[in-house]
Write a protein that binds this ligand. Structure first.
Ligand SMILES: Nc1nc2c(ncn2[C@@H]2O[C@H](COP(=O)(O)OP(=O)(O)OP(=O)(O)O)[C@@H](O)[C@H]2O)c(=O)[nH]1
Ligand SMILES: [Mg+2]
Length: 321
């Protein structure tokens, strides 16, 4: 496959470990440049079974700090690591740019780490789609473990389940507000809860609060979320965090859920892509539709309401039954 004449040069370069080719392809994905589709298609069979670890949680809880110490731990164990971050690096929380952190931590010219951050502008769905594509690309490029950092903002968080094999939700002591966030959706996506900044007072209490919440919830597919307390400043709990992630990855293999989850994620992705195409197609056609203009006149004149107009257009143009 690698040497096949039909494999696009960019794909061949990425498979051969060319970091510039990888960076270039990611830029194309970010820009929605369809010229790389052949490259992505050629790489797909190579994007095998690397664990994709999602780190998500509210602004400034220490996701980037945790990532950089986790990367240190994995590099010591000889694992290569690819990272994609939707990194707002908020000026409000003092959150640092992950790239800077990683550059600080990683030894000069360490080819075992590849980092890329992506702008969080644009609709959540679009961000999620390109993040997924980049995570897949990093797996094809041969990185052993892929990390995805996203900030806790509802939709993007939930989208992480469509990308990650293990989702880590990061929180900090004094869970007051966070508990509300949990109810809004973070709780459903966590395979592992990480209570970071455990060097601050209140970490024990926070962990206890969480375990009560976890006990209330039904275990999803037979997995009850694991709670780990960490501190990146001490540091402490980092090995435990990695062990919890590994335990979930092993659970996926032992139960056959890895394959089942992958299948469900791919099904959702295909459906999303078709919905996207259909949506664009419909918008484009309606743009030139005289019937729409005729109905619009009547809506403007308050003769029918917008829902009625939509219903009529749908019936005459798109209903197949
Ligand atoms: N006390 C303490 N502070 C920490 C710890 N981990 C991170 N911080 C600090 O928390 C702030 C935010 O850390 P980041 O790692 O940038 O957090 P983040 O979640 O990636 O932030 P955003 O990407 O902006 O959401 C920084 O000032 C860190 O130094 C910790 O374990 N203890
Ligand atoms: Mg960050």
């Amino acid at each position: 496959m690698t040497g096949s004449a039909r494999t696009p040069p960019l794909a061949r370069a990425i498979l051969a470990g060319d970091r510039r080719a990888l960076a270039q392809t990611i830029t194309a994905i970010e820009n929605g440049d369809t010229r790389v589709s052949a490259t992505l298609r050629a790489l797909y069979p190579h994007a095998g079974s690397a664990p994709v670890i999602g780190l998500t949680g509210p602004l400034g809880v220490g996701k980037s700090s945790l990532l950089s110490v986790l990367i240190g731990l994995l590099r010591e164990r000889g694992k290569t690591v690819g990272v994609v971050a939707i990194d707002p690096s908020s000026p409000y929380t003092g959150g640092s740019v992950l790239g800077d952190r990683i550059r600080l931590e990683r030894k000069a010219n360490d080819d075992g780490v590849f980092f890329r951050s992506m702008a969080s502008r644009g609709e959540a769905g679009g961000v999620a789609a390109s993040t997924r594509e980049v995570a897949r690309l990093l797996a094809a490029a041969g990185y052993d473990v892929i990390f995805v950092e996203t900030v806790g903002s509802g939709q993007v968080d939930v989208a992480i389940r469509g990308i990650a094999t293990t989702s880590v939700v990061v929180l900090v002591p004094h869970l007051g507000d966070e508990v509300q966030t949990l109810k809004a959706g973070l709780f459903e996506i966590a395979d592992v809860f990480c209570v970071n900044k455990a060097d601050l007072p209140g970490a024990d209490l926070a962990a206890r609060d969480l375990s009560e919440l976890v006990a209330l919830g039904a275990a999803r597919d037979g997995w009850a979320p694991v709670i780990v307390a960490t501190s990146t400043t001490r540091p402490a709990g980092i090995e435990e965090l990695w062990r919890a992630i590994e335990a979930h990855e092993q659970f996926l293999d032992q139960t056959g859920l890895r394959v089942a989850h992958e299948r469900a994620r791919l099904s959702a992705e295909i459906t999303d892509r078709v919905k996207d195409r259909v949506g664009h197609e419909v918008a484009e056609r309606l743009d030139h539709d005289v019937e729409l203009r005729r109905l619009l006149d009547r809506v403007v004149a308050r003769k029918i309401d917008p829902a009625g107009a939509a219903e009529e257009l749908f019936r005459t143009r798109y209903a197949t039954r």
